[in-house]
Ligand binder design. Structure first.
Ligand code: HEC
Ligand code: HEC
Length: 301
């Protein structure tokens, strides 16, 4: 137990515990000494309603015995298991060890099952109802907090049910996303675009790219800026680049919102969405199942 940073607390707790136990023994002996178990019962001298007398019976022996048994149990327990300060107990039991043993047992049971799934190609797994059920349970445990229990996402957290993929929607790309995580790097553009007016112009151009009404004069100026600053990642046609996680700007799917205000905010602040890596945490087999589950969802469309 490295929780204590000085020996003082070890002794403080150990000594207080032992003193409390000994004090209980003493208290019981003190309270029960001087009684003779006989037929004659002493009265406390309190009498109510004429003849209702309060007697001073000794505790029944079996009852008293229970007290001593609890005390002995406490003593043995503290000798065998951790409890007395930093003393670890003679059995060497630790909660971490118990947890690890349990995990090992479960791994031994389900390990071969997961191993079997890992050897099955994703395209076959999505037809396997049981595999998808396991995948769904994994999803609800590890992914739902961010992507929603229905996998439809929220602002900043992509919808995993649609066919729009930032980092690629084929099984291999999805698996790579899960194994290694993804960090999107969209710089802040306000300064480069020449402040608010430049941001407005480019925003107008993005409206045009996604087939919405625009102020043409501004959109034309925006296009000139887009061609300088944005093509490298989002492409000349605005359709994005999955290798960089640069989203398609011509559709009506917006990770951070597609209103003029939201697009402006994306340009002014930049965006750095992060998908955590799960490879090390979950192991490849579980990631494989999750990939099948996610890929399966997008095939339902
Ligand atoms: C270095 C590559 C790069 C450049 C250059 C770049 N972007 Fe991006 N852009 C990204 C990435 C990556 C994302 C995704 C950010 C995320 O997921 O957090 C993104 C996201 C966006 C979004 C948000 C899309 C959504 O779905 O909400 C908009 C809008 C956008 N970019 C517009 C632009 C414009 C306009 C320019 C040029 C001024 C530009 N980007 C230049 C990489 C780039
Ligand atoms: C802490 C929040 C968080 C958790 C937990 C999380 N994700 Fe994500 N995920 C994100 C964010 C944010 C992005 C978008 C990254 C970006 O902007 O490019 C993302 C992106 C993705 C993508 C890429 C989508 C695309 O369009 O290419 C997939 C697939 C994905 N997550 C699946 C999962 C799965 C499966 C799990 C559970 C194992 C999971 N995520 C857990 C936050 C999370």
């Amino acid at each position: 137990m490295a929780d204590f940073n000085s020996d003082f607390w070890h002794w403080y707790i150990a000594i207080l515990t032992i003193i409390s136990i000994l004090a209980c023994v003493w208290l019981i002996r003190w309270m029960t000494s001087g009684f003779e178990h006989s037929d004659e019962v002493e009265s406390t001298g309190h009498v109510w309603d004429g003849d209702l007398t309060e007697l001073n019976n000794p505790l029944p022996r079996w009852w008293l015995g229970l007290f001593y048994i609890t005390l002995a149990f406490g003593g043995f327990y503290l000798l065998l298991y951790p409890g007395l300060g930093t003393f670890g107990g003679l059995l060497g039991w630790t909660s971490k060890g118990a947890y690890e043993q349990e995990v090992e047992k479960v791994e031994a049971e389900v390990g071969p099952l997961f191993e079997g799934y890992l050897q099955t190609p994703i395209l076959d797994l999505i037809k396997d109802e049981n595999a998808i059920k396991v995948g769904e349970r994994l999803y609800l445990n590890y992914c739902a907090t961010c992507h929603g229990s229905d996998a439809r996402g929220a602002r900043g957290f992509p919808n995993l049910r649609d066919t729009d993929w930032q980092w690629g929607g084929d099984p291999t790309s999805i698996k790579t996303t899960l194994l290694n995580g993804r960090i999107a790097a969209m710089p802040a553009w306000e300064a480069a675009l020449g402040g608010e007016s430049g941001v407005n112009e480019v925003t107008q151009y993005l409206l045009r790219l996604s087939n919405r009404a625009t102020i043409d004069e501004l959109a034309d100026k925006g296009k000139a800026k887009y061609d300088i600053f944005c093509v490298a990642c989002h492409g000349a046609d605005g359709k994005g680049n999955p290798a960089l996680g640069a989203p398609n700007l011509t559709d009506d799917v917006w990770l951070y919102g597609g209103s003029i205000t939201r697009i402006g905010e994306s340009l002014i602040k930049g965006r750095n969405g992060q998908m955590p890596a799960f490879g090390e945490f979950l192991g490849e087999a579980k990631v494989h199942l999750l990939t099948a589950y996610i890929y399966g969802l997008s095939q339902e469309n």
